[in-house]
Ligand binder design. Structure first.
Ligand code: CUA
Length: 346
């Protein structure tokens, strides 16, 4: 009696264990599938016209593939379980020609035509007069130059775009090949030294998104991202006007003012520009409005004083292969002042 009760208990435990494992597996699968379909960097969660077309293409392809897979598995099961009887040669030949030649040709031709038909729209340039941004892929960060009737300005690693307006990108690179890709907005395009490639994007909803480099380009390829903020046109205009301004001079006798002096003395100005000061270097990112950016190091670290300090002391440790030299020889007080200056560049 006791043995039989124990046996029943074991059986129930095994059943509970199995259903728990099944539920856990289902939850994991769900999380995996959902996380792949949404987020700031998902091509399946489109926020731009090009990406909407590409996501639709993906779902049609995935749906088509699933139907073909189901048919093939169904036929395989039928063949395994069906009654064995002599084949009718004519029926077999028809089945092979129909299922092996006609069906795949028609299905693939249909999907191919659907895919090709959207190409002209994906590669069409933006209308004349659209917002134009020149992009240069650097090692390993992004140089963005906004062109406009009121003048151009340069920024780095952060794009701001107005919603519901086309944007024309003109892309190149000074040394190695990169690829510019904002998965939520549209297709990607290579950035090739000595050549200008063009890409038009058209954001359809506001939000904070992320772009990446999609072509292996060296040690920090995987650390070469950028932030993309799609905002209302009025907010974009405000931002554009503030970016056109020169940097605000720090208040006299503050840590930031001392930092500006050290910045100009220590050679920072040879590589970085801060508009409105003698710093006009072109090697590294323009720092005129560094403090207005959400991240530093090409979408790598939150833009906070301790991270700015980390970058000054050990840029190679933060981003392997970076061109910037370290400044760990500077006394703490100078580093603090430099960080205060950088943090004041709003
Ligand atoms: Cu730049 Cu990969």
């Amino acid at each position: 009696m006791a043995a039989s009760l124990g046996g029943r208990q074991n059986h129930r435990d095994r059943r509970t264990g199995r259903s728990l494992r099944l539920r856990l597996a289902a939850t994991c699968l769900n999380a995996l599938l959902l996380s792949g379909c949404s987020g700031a960097q998902s091509a399946l969660d489109p926020a731009g016209r090009g990406a909407e077309r590409i996501a639709a293409l993906f779902w049609w392809m995935a749906g088509g593939a699933a139907i073909v897979w189901l048919i093939v598995i169904g036929l395989a099961l039928y063949a395994l379980r069906g009654r064995r009887k002599p084949h009718d040669r004519r029926k077999t030949a028809l089945f092979i020609i129909g299922g092996g030649v006609a069906f795949p040709t028609l299905t693939l031709a249909g999907l191919l035509s659907y895919g090709l038909a959207m190409m002209p729209e994906l590669i069409a340039p933006a209308p004349d007069g659209s917002l134009t941004i020149r992009v240069s892929g650097e090692r390993w960060w992004w140089r963005f130059e906004y062109e406009g009737p009121e003048g151009s300005f340069e920024t780095a690693n952060e794009l701001r775009l107005p919603v519901d307006q086309p944007v024309q990108f003109i892309l190149s690179s000074p040394d190695v090949i990169h690829a510019f890709w904002i998965p939520v907005l549209g297709p990607k395009i290579d950035m090739i030294p000595g050549r200008e490639n063009r890409l038009a994007l058209h954001p359809t909803r506001t939000g904070a998104f992320r772009g990446v480099c999609a072509e292996y380009c060296g040690a920090s390829h995987a650390l070469m991202g950028f932030d993309v903020f799609v905002v209302q046109p009025e907010a974009f205009e405000d931002w554009r006007r503030s970016q056109l301004q020169s940097a605000r001079s720090p208040e006299p006798d503050t840590a930031a003012a001392a930092g500006e002096r050290f910045f100009l003395q220590n050679g920072c100005a040879a590589c970085h520009s801060v508009r409105g000061t003698p710093a006009d270097g072109l090697v590294g990112p323009d720092l005129t409005h560094l403090a207005s950016r959400k991240t530093i190091g090409a979408s790598l670290l939150p833009n906070e004083p301790e991270n700015l300090r980390r970058f000054l002391i050990d840029p190679e440790g933060v981003k392997p292969g970076v061109v910037m030299p370290h400044f760990k020889m500077l006394p703490d007080s100078e580093l603090d002042a430099l960080v205060a200056y950088l943090a004041s560049l709003e």
